[in-house]
Design a protein around this ligand. Structure first.
Ligand SMILES: [Zn+2]
Length: 220
């Protein structure tokens, strides 16, 4: 029992340090949320690849590129760093604690119609209590993501959509929050594309470019 409290105290202290350091250094705090994990594979691609693996690779690649190419300009945290299943409420709990500037949940799409292709970005469906400033920032973020995926990687834009997803519902009043669906694993061409290392690097680069643009916009 004594150990339990020591662990609790230590965890609170570690969390306090992370939060203070992140806020003091003035960098934009970003939480990337690779969907699924562990027993929850997410969508299984037509070629056998798993959504949980691709989205984790993209998020980890974003951390690597931020460090190696962009001089650690952004302060990026992930909701999971390995192949483990994190509950949706624990994912949003991290957002509530860290109070980031941006939250992006990363997923891959699937559809019964095998020809379906492209990029979709979801924003929480607004209601009467929605913070309209954050809502428009989320909508703007989703438009920037869509156009960057189109311009830089030639993805078909399927557009911004509204949904009622827990990770968006519970973060919409904290920071701009979107859920990105990077291509369709039910489509042979996009599933094959997502299998390649260069593509994962491309997805991560586009996400970083969007985040850096948001950072610039914030500073002017
Ligand atoms: Zn998913």
């Amino acid at each position: 029992m004594k150990h339990f409290w020591i662990v609790c105290l230590w965890m609170s202290f570690a969390l306090f340090c992370i939060t203070t350091t992140a806020q003091e250094n003035g960098r934009q705090i970003v939480i990337l949320d690779p969907g699924h994990g562990g027993v929850d594979s997410g969508t299984i691609g037509i070629n056998g690849i798993k959504e949980k693996d691709i989205v984790l690779d993209v998020a980890k690649e974003a951390i690597r590129l931020n460090k190696e190419l962009f001089g650690n300009t952004l302060d990026i945290y992930l909701t999971r760093y390995s192949d483990t299943l994190i509950s949706l409420s624990d994912r949003t709990k991290l957002v509530k604690i860290l109070q980031p500037d941006i939250f992006i949940s990363i997923h891959c799409n699937q559809a019964p119609r095998k020809a379906a292709q492209g990029i979709e970005v979801y924003v929480q469906q607004p209601n009467t209590t929605t913070n309209s400033d954050l809502q428009s920032k989320s909508e703007n973020l989703s438009e920037v993501i869509l156009s960057e995926f189109d311009n830089a990687l030639g993805f078909k834009i399927r557009g911004m959509k509204y949904a009622n997803f827990q990770v968006l519902r519970e973060t919409q009043d904290i920071c701009p929050a979107v859920l990105l669906e990077v291509g369709f694993l039910s489509n042979r061409e996009e599933a094959e594309h997502s299998r390649r290392e260069e593509s994962v690097m491309g997805y991560a680069t586009v996400i970083l470019q969007v985040l850096l643009k948001e950072e610039d916009a914030k500073n002017y």
